[in-house]
Design a protein around this ligand. Structure first.
Ligand code: ARG
Length: 404
């Protein structure tokens, strides 16, 4: 009996060709596994296609809830945005897909897993590192990294083997989509000087075409997790989808980033993440109200670490566990509501409130009701500035211009 391999299947050209190619090259039986992380395609059609192309079994697993609750929301609590721009939609889905590949391989008695990544991107790293951490005995096959075919040759191979070539192949863009965002690359986008054509966007209106009247939304958080929109409680999937609609309509959520890949390449990436953009902003605004200055400063230090770790495929590392424990603890009081205004491509936080707010009106106000004891200020300043004064008296203050 031929050995079995579980392939992460998308229904696209590369993974369809991979089913045939693996059979020819490795003589292994392919079990196709399609993971639903909110990429709205027709999963029954995808499932059928895998069988038609030659998979011995074709599975679809709905992982949306796990994706939102165990990957997306913890990253939101961490404020994890790569290089200050990318909400990590693609990067967050990879370790989850890797986990489900491994689980399925064990269930099906397969000796290998396979994915459709090329050898130039981050996704291969995320899959391989995750699979190796979870099940080091499984072999990893990456056909698109191994076969050395150009796009043209892959299409030829498909035609020769009776594999339907999707019409999307005509599109010059490489698109990865899930519930948290869309990632678009290739085609004219490879010229960093060229403005992205309107056609690359699917979830957001052009800001110039967006309504002239602002939209408002109130986002309710509990312990750093968004749980309500405009006072209405809802599950994470519905909340994200509803926010995509609303923010997208106002042209909010477009990101154009020249990014540093782990494999040493700079690449121009376009992202659409309407809900992500709004939720990160709102979450940070609420943290500003309920966390102390020290907590905020420290969190800002670990944000880039956390985002890098996700981007670089280290989801299943011990370091991640440690950082996640800190982040979870930091969210104990991140409860409250944030009001966001959406207008012509821009989202702005215009209000925030919390039952555990550290903002004290009677301390902050310059009006009636002020309880801040101003007479204590000179004593505080005396001690605060003591070391500066002492040093200046002994050593003088050098004129910065004289130093050059
Ligand atoms: N640059 C992003 C990342 O590494 C997105 C990759 C998108 N992949 C794709 N096939 N378009 O996470």
């Amino acid at each position: 009996m031929a050995k079995k391999v579980v392939l992460a299947y998308s229904g696209g050209l590369d993974t369809s060709v991979a089913i045939k190619w693996i059979k020819e090259k490795y003589n292994m039986d392919v079990i196709a596994l399609c993971i639903d992380v909110g990429n709205e395609s027709d999963f029954t059609a995808v499932q059928q296609k895998a069988l038609k192309v030659g998979a011995i079994k074709s599975l679809v697993k709905d992982a949306k809830e796990t994706f939102v609750n165990h990957f997306v929301f913890p990253a939101l609590q961490a404020d994890a945005i790569y290089e200050g721009q990318y909400p990590l939609a693609t990067a967050l889905a990879r370790p989850l897909i890797a986990k489900l590949l491994v689980d399925t391989a064990l269930e099906e008695g397969a000796s290998a897993v396979a994915h459709g990544c090329t050898g130039k991107g981050n996704d291969q790293v995320r899959f391989d590192v995750s699979v190796n951490a979870l099940a080091p005995n499984l072999k990893i096959i990456a056909p698109a990294r191994e076969w050395g075919m150009t796009r043209e040759q892959t299409i030829n191979y498909a035609q020769q083997h009776d594999i339907p070539v999707p019409i999307t192949v005509a599109s010059p863009y490489s698109i990865d989509e899930n519930l948290w965002g869309r990632s678009i690359e290739c085609g004219v986008l490879e010229d960093p000087w060229t403005e992205p054509p309107e056609e690359v966007y699917a979830w957001t209106s052009s800001p110039s075409e967006a309504p002239d009247k602002p939209g408002y939304v109130e986002i309710g958080f509990e312990k750093g997790i968004p749980v309500a929109l405009d006072g209405q409680k809802m599950d994470g999937i519905s909340l994200i989808r509803q926010l995509h609609e609303l923010a997208g309509m106002h042209g909010v959520g477009r990101i154009d980033h020249l990014e540093n890949r782990l494999v040493g390449i700079k690449s121009r990436e376009i992202y659409e993440a309407p809900a992500g953009v709004v939720l990160f902003q709102a979450h940070q605004a609420l943290e500003a109200m309920v966390l102390s200055k020290d907590q905020l400063r420290f969190k800002q230090k670990i944000v880039p670490e956390y985002a890098d770790l996700i981007y670089n495929g280290l989801w299943f590392s011990a370091m991640h566990q440690d950082l996640a424990a800190y982040v979870k603890s930091s969210q104990r009081f991140v409860t409250g509501t944030v009001r966001v205004k959406l207008l012509k491509g821009k989202s702005t936080v215009v209000g925030r409130q919390s039952p555990v707010s550290l903002y004290s009106h009677s301390l902050a106000t310059y009006d009636k009701g002020d309880v801040f004891d101003q007479s204590a200020a000179p004593g505080f300043i005396h001690i605060w500035g003591l070391s500066v004064k002492t040093q200046a008296q002994v050593q003088g203050i050098s004129n910065p211009e004289a130093n050059s």
